[in-house]
Design a protein around this ligand. Structure first.
Ligand SMILES: [Zn+2]
Length: 256
């Protein structure tokens, strides 16, 4: 397979409330995670870290001018690839064990994965091409053997815990269903939810290893009631509270 070498691996978009969206344009949609940088007075947050195909720590240095806490909304590879590059790492206890293990020899090639895994993603609504990336980060990148180091959490959080940035606070919401320890971060002052893969404006995945439809239904009933003004999801564009309620209701109708 001949893929070109990307000029740069990450793209950036500044949003209101000190939020920057970072993403990897050369990763296919199902694995193209939104990485959120959130500025605080004393400390910044980095919510999810992408695939780890290129160094996020090096590429986004212009954003990292103070103490930084990296949060894993859950432990799927597309959200924790660069987590090991950051010293302060937060996750839910039910994702903790996965983070202690490296992902060795992950293949970017469709044909090197079980057919059932690929077809379940396609059934959910994703187009999966022959390769999970559409460009290479450098000439020596091995598409068949991508290694992601372990990144054990340095602090475990659960429902009700608070992340304090000095001038803004985020409540941890436990939002299981997509994965057992999926969390969201809720900032009541701006009515903003960082939702990870619990909800985003695209095909949701609830039939993959570790997902749980009854738990997902409870999460969606809860999200339907959340007075959100803006939702920054784990994939796809951000959306408003009305869309959140629509997405939650659609899921509840589909799965109840
Ligand atoms: Zn996920």
């Amino acid at each position: 397979m001949s893929l070109r070498i990307a000029e740069r691996w990450f793209e950036y978009e500044r949003l209101p409330d000190g939020v920057t969206r970072i993403w990897e344009p050369h990763v296919i949609r199902v694995m193209q995670c939104n990485i959120w940088h959130v500025q605080g007075r004393d400390r910044d947050l980095l919510i999810d870290t992408g695939m780890g195909i290129a160094s996020l720590h090096d590429a986004a240095q212009h954003l990292f001018d103070k103490a930084l806490t990296a949060v894993a909304t859950h432990s799927h590879l597309d959200h924790v690839g660069s987590l090991h590059e950051f010293d302060d790492r937060i996750a839910h206890r039910q994702e903790a064990e996965t983070l202690t293990r490296a992902s060795d020899n992950f293949s970017m090639l469709r044909d090197e994965h079980p057919v059932e895994m690929i077809t379940s993603l396609e059934r959910a609504g994703y187009e999966i091409g022959p390769c999970f990336v559409t460009a290479l980060p450098h000439a020596n990148f091995n598409l068949s053997q991508f290694n992601c180091p372990a990144a054990p959490a340095t602090r475990l959080v659960d429902e009700g815990d608070v992340l304090d940035l000095g001038d803004r606070v985020f409540d941890v919401l436990h939002l299981p269903g997509h994965s057992p320890g999926s969390i969201g971060l809720w900032e009541a002052a701006t009515a903003t939810l960082f939702s990870g893969d619990a909800v985003y404006d695209g095909p949701l995945l609830d039939e993959i290893p570790g997902s749980d439809i009854p738990a997902y239904l409870r999460t969606m009933r809860r999200l339907e009631q959340l007075p959100a003004r803006v939702v920054h999801g784990g994939h796809d564009p951000s959306f408003d509270g009305a869309r959140l309620r629509q997405l939650a209701r659609r899921y509840l109708e589909l799965r109840s």
